[in-house]
Each structure stands twice: as structure tokens, then as C-alpha cells.
Unconditional design. Structure first.
Length: 271
């Protein structure tokens, strides 16, 4: 028996749940090997899994075959279920006695509306556990070889949402432009032109290096690099698709495109 299997058995507390409970689980940025051991154990014990568009096929393959899967996948502007309906669904599933896993891309509490779901569950007296995940910002950057806070270049990092309501984005641009700070924009593709224009207008050098990490940690990952002023052209020419992140700051100059992809040999995870 492998060390991981022993650990999982030791943590297996499968007992009937009286009122049902919900586990808000972070699925990480995509590569299934970036799941935590705890996430894997909890997923394997689920009766029902309510999942998002961002959960990768590799992670979905780890769900127990008998678990009911409910896709509440959201892509920008196109919601399968409203947030209110998702909250309601989670409450109902739990109160009917199910062991519910709410599986979300990255970390459930980073731009994932996991906080709202937790509050709603608590309001209805449903026990809610949270299993953190590797958020796309740190996971995709690290896996691409971009050290977000290399101390020669950055003393802080900001995770920022580029999600807008009615085409408007309301950000503290002045606060975002600060020496020694790396910016990571989630959901920033649509607004990339505004992001570049506003940052430059508020004093960021047009030559600041930036990277677009498209489908980070997935087999289709692409890393596109350029400077802040080149952002609109980069997007027009390369047409990155969702999910993508923008990383802006001097640390991006440390990025080196991999010449040969070599990986440590690994045993494949099996369900
Ligand atoms: N809770 C998630 C973020 C949800 S917001 C987390 O912690 O990672 C969704 C945004 O995350 C996407 O629009 C994209 O900007 C980013 N994202 C998520 N997965 C990604 C990936 N594999 N590669 C690049 N960006 C990703």
C-alpha cells in the first residue's frame, strides 16, 4: 500500500451524515496533481458533486463513479444557474441528508463566490467545511516559472478582478501602480485594453513586462509575453481564450519559455 493510500485510509471517517453537510472544495488551477490530499479524500466520499466550468476534466475523472454530478458551470455572462439558485440547490441537497461537495476551480474563496455560498449555508444551519485549493494566480505563475515576489523585483503581489458589470470596471488604478508590486488580474481578458490604458495613465511604465497565462497547468497551457503597451496587440494577434490570467510586473522578466518539457516521473492518480 502506498504512503498516500495509507494516509487516505487514516483520514477516512466515512460515517452516515444526519443532516447532510457541504464541503466547499478548491480544485486548484487544472492539473489534477495540484489537488490537496484532503480535497482528493473528500471528493472520493461525495454523494453529490456540484461543480463549475473551471474544474478540469482531469479532476472530474477522480470523482467516484456513483456520485451524482451537477454542472452549474458558469462562463462570463452565461450562467447555467443564478448564484441564488446555486445557493438554494446546495442547501436543499444538504438538508436532504447528502454529503455534498461543492467543487470550485482554484481556491473557493478567491473570486469564486465561495464566501457567499458559505454564508448562505450557515444561514440555513447547514454545516459547511472549507478545503482550500491552489488559486490560479499563484499556481499558474509558479508552474510557469514566474516567481510573483522574487525579492529583487517585488515586495508585494495583488490579486485583482478584471470582472466588470455592464462593461464598467471600477478599480483603484492609482493604488495598483506601486513600485515593487506584481499585479495578477483574474478575468482580465475582456478588459485588457482598459487595464493597459489605465495603468499607463496612472504612472506605470509602458515597458513593464507582462505575461498572459492561458489555461495554466493544463496540457494546452500557453504563456504569452510582451510589455504593458503591447497588451492589446498581443491579445489581437494570439487570441488567448478563457481561462487566462494577466501577470504584470518586473518579475515576468524572469520567465523563460521551456526549451524541452521534462517532468519528474509520476504515478498517475487513479479514481
Ligand atoms: N477561484 C478561482 C478563480 C475564479 S475566477 C481561483 O482561485 O483560481 C476565474 C478566473 O480565474 C478566470 O477568468 C481566470 O482569470 C482565472 N483562472 C482560473 N483557472 C485558470 C487557469 N487554469 N489558467 C489561467 N487562468 C485561470
Amino acid at each position: 500500500m502506498s504512503a498516500i493510500e495509507k494516509l487516505m485510509l487514516a483520514g477516512d471517517h466515512r460515517q452516515p451524515v444526519r443532516n447532510g453537510e457541504v464541503w466547499l472544495v478548491g480544485a486548484g488551477p487544472g492539473d489534477a496533481e495540484l489537488l490537496t490530499l484532503k480535497a482528493l479524500r473528500v471528493i472520493r466520499q461525495a454523494d453529490v458533486v456540484v461543480f463549475d466550468r473551471l474544474v478540469s476534466p482531469a479532476v472530474m475523472a477522480l470523482l467516484p463513479p456513483e456520485a451524482l454530478r451537477i454542472d452549474v458551470g458558469k462562463s462570463m455572462g452565461c450562467h447555467t444557474l443564478s448564484q441564488k439558485q446555486i445557493d438554494h440547490l446546495l442547501v436543499e441537497l444538504a438538508l436532504s441528508g447528502n454529503r455534498v461537495v461543492r467543487l470550485k476551480g482554484g481556491d473557493p474563496f478567491i473570486f469564486g463566490r465561495g464566501g457567499e455560498e458559505m454564508v448562505e449555508l450557515q444561514r440555513h444551519g447547514v454545516v459547511c467545511h472549507v478545503v482550500p485549493g491552489i488559486t490560479a494566480g499563484s499556481g499558474c505563475a509558479a508552474a510557469s516559472g514566474i516567481p510573483l515576489t522574487h525579492r529583487d523585483y517585488a515586495q508585494s503581489v495583488r490579486f485583482v478582478t478584471g470582472h466588470c458589470r455592464n462593461g464598467e470596471v471600477n478599480l483603484d488604478w492609482r493604488g495598483l501602480v506601486s513600485a515593487g508590486q506584481t499585479l495578477v488580474f483574474y478575468m482580465g481578458l475582456t478588459l485588457s485594453e482598459t487595464i493597459a490604458t489605465q495603468l499607463i495613465r496612472h504612472g506605470m511604465a509602458a515597458q513593464t513586462p507582462l505575461a498572459i497565462i492561458e489555461r495554466g497547468t493544463l496540457p494546452q497551457q500557453r504563456v504569452l509575453t510582451g510589455t504593458l503597451s503591447e497588451l492589446p496587440t498581443l491579445i489581437a494577434r494570439q487570441r488567448p481564450v478563457s481561462p487566462s490570467l494577466l501577470v504584470i510586473g518586473e518579475v515576468v522578466s524572469l520567465y523563460r519559455a521551456p526549451a524541452i518539457v521534462s517532468e519528474m516521473p509520476t504515478e498517475a492518480l487513479t479514481a
